[in-house]
Structures are given as C-alpha cells and as structure tokens.
Design a protein around this ligand. Structure first.
Ligand SMILES: Cc1cc2nc3c(=O)[nH]c(=O)nc-3n(C[C@H](O)[C@H](O)[C@H](O)COP(=O)(O)OP(=O)(O)OC[C@H]3O[C@@H](n4cnc5c(N)ncnc54)[C@H](O)[C@@H]3O)c2cc1C
Ligand code: FES
Length: 503
C-alpha cells in the first residue's frame, strides 16, 4: 500500500485547485517606509500590520506569495510546540516559558482575527502531543506541568483520540487549523487593500544600511526604505550569523482518503519518529494528513521518505487512496527559541525572523507583530526573549557546538570523499550524483528523457558540496540548507548565486 503513495499528486495540497493572481515585479527604483523581503506568513503579516499602522510598504518575493515553506506547511496554528515548555523552564525559568506561551497564544489569536472574512477553512480543535512508549510518559507529564506553569490551560489525558495505543498525551484546547494558501492569499489581498504593494519575481541580492535609510538591491532595481524586514526563512545576509545558529530540517507530508474516522484533533508524537496528523477539508471531502521522516537538509532524501510516512498511515488507518505528497524545510534554532528582531548589533534598520522550528504559523505571525512594534517604536515585553541578536551561550551551547562540528565535517570531509569515480555519461535515467566530467568534479543529473545536466557541486554560499535529493530532484546543501535545481538555479537560500553550470 505505501508504494501507492508515489501515484499521488506530487504537489502541496494547499496549491491544488487554488489560483493566485500574478503580481508584477518591481519595475523601477522605489522608496517606502518598510521594505519586506519574502511573501510567506512572516513577510505578509509584517506588511499588513505595518501598512495598517499607516506606513508605506512594499513586499518583494523572488518567486510569489506563499511559494516558500508557508505554502508547504501542515498549517496547525497552536501554542503547543512539541516538547517546548519543559525545556524553556529549565533554560529560561517559569518567566521565560510564560513569555513564550503568552506570545504564541497572542499570535494564534492574531491569526484568527486576520482570518475573519477570509474563507480559509479555519477550525478550532484540541492539539495533543502524545507518547507511545512508557518512557515518554514522564516527559509528557513534565511538559504538561511546565505548560501549566507557563499559563496555558494544558492537561494530561490518558486517552488520546487515535486508532492506536498510546500512553496518553498533553492536551491543549481551542487551537486552530486552517488552509495555509487560502489564508495567505487572503492576507495578500488585505496587504494591497491597506495600500501596500507586492512585487513577485523580484529577488533581493543585498541590503546596505546607511545612517538615514537602508537599501535593498534587487534583480529589478533598488528599494530604499527606513526599515527592511528580511523574512526569507533564513536571512540571506550572513552578517547576523543566523546560518550558524540554526540548521535546516526537511519533513515529508502525505494526504489520503480513508475509510473510517478522521482525527478530531491535531496530534503529534513525542517521538522519535515524531509523526504528526490532522484532518484537512479538500473540495467536498475531508482527508487525513500526516507528516514525518524528518532529517537534516542534505541528508539522504529519496522516495523512501514518502513511503515511510505512507506506511505509518496505512498501518493505523484504512487508506483507500493517497492523494498528495510534498516536502519542505524549516530552520531549527540551537536553543529552541525563534530569532526575531534586529539583524545584529549596530543594525537599527534591518529586521529578521528565522529559526521558526516548524511552528512558523504562530512564530511567523508573532514575528510580524514584534517587528511592527519595533518599527513603530512600541515597546513589546516579549521582544527580549526572541531577540535575533542573542547568543544563548548557555542554553544553546551544546547544540551550537554539535551543529558547527557537523558543518565543518561536511566542509572538509565531503571534499575528500567526493572523488567522482563515475563518469557523467554513466548516470542512469533520473539519477543524480557527484561524478566526473571533462576532468572536473560535477553534480550531474540525467533526466528521465536522458538529458544530462551538470553543475558545480560547490555551494555558492560558503563552499560545502551539495547532495542529490531524489525525492524532489534538487541539489541540497547539507551545511545551511541552500537548494538548487538540476541546472543550478536557486530554490531557497541562504545562497544568492546559482551553481556554476558545466553543461
Ligand atoms: C513540512 C512542514 C510542516 C510544517 N507545519 C507547520 C505547522 O503545522 N504549524 C506551524 O506553525 N508551522 C509549521 N511549519 C513551519 C512553517 O510552515 C514555517 O515556519 C513558515 O511557513 C515560515 O514562514 P516564512 O514566511 O518565515 O518563510 P517562507 O514561507 O519560506 O517565505 C519566505 C519567502 O521568501 C522568499 N525569498 C527567499 N529568499 C528571497 C530573496 N533573496 N529575495 C526575495 N524573496 C526571497 C521565498 O520565495 C519565500 O516566498 C512547517 C514546516 C514544514 C517544513
Ligand atoms: S548553504 Fe551554506 S554552504 Fe551551502
């Protein structure tokens, strides 16, 4: 049964049957109060709140509205972020955990407010994080107590609404699930109705900060603004060093028609493997949605990841057809707290949001709220916890050391291991690998129609060697998550230059 998943539509369900109006690229140099780079949930929320605060706003996106991770999410809007509160209690005490909870609850309710009048299938339902092994019960009880101390109405339930046996889970009522792309297209309409402009197909290449203004250099002209908001999942500006303080993680999502009862809540396993499930309205039916098989970007990525999620679904539900499959990535911060705020010390005009750790429906919305407050000079008591300038040496140190050790290994080790022992011509149809071509080491791909593609394997960000992603047919960098097409074009950053073409 799980093999049938490859017959499903290889696209985000959120984009199936939804048409987005094209928005013209930036046509000439322009100026505004706030330039927002990135039209995902973070950029659009910031743009809307800033425009409603009376500021002139322009949004640019290298592709289009909701074409980044926001269009490939599972769209759970909740303050329950896996096992977050017990960890926060340890590292930041009850007051830190309370700040996090209050901020995420406010973000969730902000989504509900912004969704008013937007037909985006918004539903209120409980969220659970559940366990399947006896050892996980202690973890979940600790999480429940920490969430309660943080002010959330959490409770431990022995029974969890799943068709398989669990050891119970932490329940949080009154959470939200919705249709991600319908919400974001609605947000984009509200952004333009508030007087702001959205330019698609406009890539930001650099941001320079001056005393009186900041300037975004783009592929279509320059944008001068009092404030620039870099809402590009991970900033493409290296000077904040966020690429070294968060790692890219991919996850796989599958939807299916099932016979029998659908979940009445959003549920996530304490894991591993940390599967997450929800139901999703689609046309005149309702489907089961599951996420799993997560791994570092640049790790082994092929169709077996989809098969693993499908196998989990088929094991526990009576699947009649798998309908959609897609994958996407987000950045996981070393200390478990998103980075939201000024790019770095001495940077008064450039704001960022990253490290949303697969909870960016609330985290990205919160970023819009915090950054708009910063720009309009409103004090926000939550801003300190999320500061993008923090180093978190104590709470994040072990992961920081581990992550940067992993990156160093790729930077040096992969160059020694990638010898190109096969020739480009030897690639089978639909195979990608690091091979030799004309005496050079190349990242080669033979398409299903036998066309050969060859690009440099050296990532244009900081020089790690890319790895073939056979599930999405892309070259993915294991160091900081840049991704490229078989012809080397950028799919997502922090790289700002394509891979050099050999053929
Ligand atoms: C599989 C998966 C499931 C998830 N499920 C959930 C969930 O259920 N609930 C939840 O809360 N969170 C979830 N998340 C996380 C959430 O989806 C993300 O955190 C959130 O969508 C990030 O939004 P964003 O606006 O910051 O980034 P994005 O949506 O990625 O938007 C960034 C935009 O910037 C543009 N861009 C990038 N570089 C440039 C440039 N140089 N110039 C111009 N434009 C540029 C891109 O084209 C893109 O449109 C999930 C993540 C994944 C991977
Ligand atoms: S993304 Fe940083 S080296 Fe490739």
């Amino acid at each position: 049964m799980s093999a049938d998943v490859l017959a499903s539509r290889h696209m985000s369900l959120w984009w199936d049957g939804v048409a987005a109006p094209p928005r013209p690229p930036l046509a000439e140099d322009a100026s505004c109060d706030v330039a927002v780079v990135g039209a995902g949930i973070t950029g659009l929320t910031t743009a809307l709140l800033a425009a409603r605060a009376g500021l002139s706003v322009r949004v640019i996106d290298m592709a289009g509205v909701a074409t980044g991770t926001s269009g490939y999410t599972t769209a759970k809007v909740t303050s329950q972020h896996h096992l977050t509160y017990a960890r926060l209690r340890l590292t930041h005490g009850d007051s830190g955990a309370r700040t996090y909870a209050a901020a995420m609850e406010a973000a969730k309710e902000q989504v509900a407010t912004l969704a008013e009048g937007v037909p985006c299938d918004l539903q209120r339902c409980p969220a659970y994080v559940f366990g399947t092994r006896p050892g996980e019960r202690t973890l979940l009880e600790l999480e429940t107590r920490a969430a309660q101390a943080a002010g959330l109405p959490a409770r431990f339930d022995d029974e969890v609404p799943l068709p398989f046996s669990t050891i119970g889970g932490m329940r949080l009522d009154d959470q939200i699930q919705f249709h991600a792309v319908k919400y974001l297209l609605g947000l984009a309409d509200q952004v333009t109705a508030a007087g702001a402009t959205i330019h698609e197909q406009t890539r930001a290449l650099d941001v320079k900060e001056h005393d009186a203004f900041a300037e975004v250099r783009t592929t279509q002209g320059n944008l001068r603004a009092a404030h620039v908001v870099v809402a590009t999942l991970l900033p493409f500006l290296d000077r904040g060093l966020h690429f070294a303080r968060a790692h890219a993680s991919r996850s796989y999502v599958v939807t299916a028609r099932i016979a029998g009862d659908l979940p009445t809540a959003m549920l996530q396993g304490a894991g591993p493997p940390a599967h997450s499930v929800r139901s999703v309205p689609f046309g005149d039916e309702t489907l089961l949605m599951a996420l799993g098989a997560s791994h570092h970007t640049g790790g082994r990525a092929d169709d077996s990841r989809y098969a693993a999620v499908a196998e989990f679904m088929a094991r526990h539900w009576e699947v009649t057809t798998f309908t959609h499959r897609w994958s996407s990535q987000d950045y996981i911060p070393v200390d478990g707290i998103p980075y939201i705020g000024r790019l770095g010390h001495g940077s008064e005009r450039v704001h960022v949001a990253t490290g949303l750790k697969k909870w960016g429906m609330t985290g990205g919305t919160l970023a819009g709220m915090l950054i708009t407050d910063a720009i309009t000079g409103r004090d926000n008591p939550w801003a300190g916890l999320f500061s993008a300038e923090r180093l978190s040496l104590v709470s994040g140190a072990p992961r920081l050391a581990g992550e940067n050790g992993r990156v160093a290994l790729h930077l040096v080790g992969d160059r020694l291991l990638d010898r190109g022992s096969r020739d480009l011509e030897e690639l089978a149809p639909d195979e990608g690998a690091i091979v030799s071509f004309d005496g050079d080491l190349v990242a080669g791909y033979r398409a299903a129609d036998s066309t050969l593609h060859a690009v440099s394997p050296t990532c244009t960000h900081l020089g790690c060697h890319v790895r073939w992603n056979g599930a999405e047919r892309s070259w993915d960098c294991p160091c900081h998550g840049s991704r490229f097409t078989p012809d080397g074009e950028i799919l997502c950053g922090p790289a700002t230059e394509p891979l050099r073409r050999h053929r």
